[in-house]
Design a protein around this ligand. Structure first.
Ligand code: IMP
Ligand code: MG
Length: 178
C-alpha cells in the first residue's frame, strides 16, 4: 500500500466486479439506442475504460474536462469548461461517466449543458457517491458505491493531481490535506 494511504476502501477486484454489474444493467437499458458515453476528465478515465469494455453494444466515446476544484479538497462552486466535446450530442442518449459526485455542482452544470444542446436523454453513471455532501439535488441513474464523507484517492481520483494511478480506492491520510 502507498505510504500516504490510511486504508483501502475498495480494491481492484471489488471495483471491477461492481463495474461489470453496472455495465450489464446499462447494456440492458440502452440496447438499440444511440448511446454516447461522456467521460469527465481526468478522474473518470479509469472508470470509463473499464466500464465500456464490459458494455456489450455499440457506444460512442467523448470527453469533457470541467473543473470546480483547484489544488484543494473543497469545491470552489464555480464550474469551468477546460475541454469541450468533439461530437454533437443532439438526439443522442447520453450517459455522463464520472468518478465521484460530491456537492453535485459539477454534474448539475454538465447535465444542464447537455440538455440545452438537445440530447435525447441525459443520465449519470458515477463510480462513487458522497450523498451526505450533496448541495444540489441530482438524479443519479447508476451508482457504483455510496461512500462516507472522507477524501479518497486512486483509480482516477486525485489530490493535487497525485495518486490517480493507484489501482485501488483508498482514504488519503488526513494530515496530507487538512
Ligand atoms: P462536486 O462538483 O462537488 O460534485 O465535485 C465533483 C468532483 O470533485 C469530482 O469529479 C472530483 O474531481 C472531486 N472530488 C470530490 N470528492 C473527492 C474525493 O474524495 N477525492 C478526489 N476527488 C474528489
Ligand atoms: Mg479532481
Amino acid at each position: 500500500m502507498h505510504k500516504d494511504i490510511e486504508a483501502i476502501l475498495f480494491d481492484e477486484e471489488t471495483i471491477l466486479k461492481r463495474i461489470a454489474e453496472l455495465a450489464k444493467q446499462i447494456t440492458e437499458d440502452y440496447k438499440g439506442e444511440n448511446l454516447t458515453c461522456i467521460c469527465i476528465l481526468k478522474g473518470g478515465v479509469f472508470f470509463m475504460t473499464d466500464l465500456l469494455k464490459k458494455i456489450d453494444m455499440p457506444v460512442m466515446m467523448d470527453f469533457m474536462d470541467v473543473s470546480s476544484y483547484g489544488a484543494s479538497t473543497i469545491s470552489s462552486g464555480q464550474v469551468r469548461i477546460i475541454k469541450d466535446l468533439e461530437h454533437s450530442v443532439k438526439d443522442r442518449d447520453v450517459l455522463v461517466v464520472e468518478d465521484i459526485i460530491d456537492t453535485g455542482i459539477t454534474l448539475n452544470y454538465v447535465v444542464d449543458l447537455l440538455k440545452s444542446r438537445e440530447a435525447k436523454s441525459v443520465e449519470i453513471v458515477t463510480l462513487l457517491n458522497k450523498k451526505d455532501r450533496r448541495e444540489i439535488e441530482l438524479d443519479i441513474k447508476y451508482c457504483g458505491f455510496d461512500i462516507p464523507d472522507y477524501f479518497v484517492v486512486g483509480y482516477g481520483l486525485d489530490f493535487d493531481e497525485k495518486y490517480r494511478n493507484l489501482p485501488y480506492i483508498g482514504y488519503l491520510k488526513e494530515e496530507l490535506y487538512k
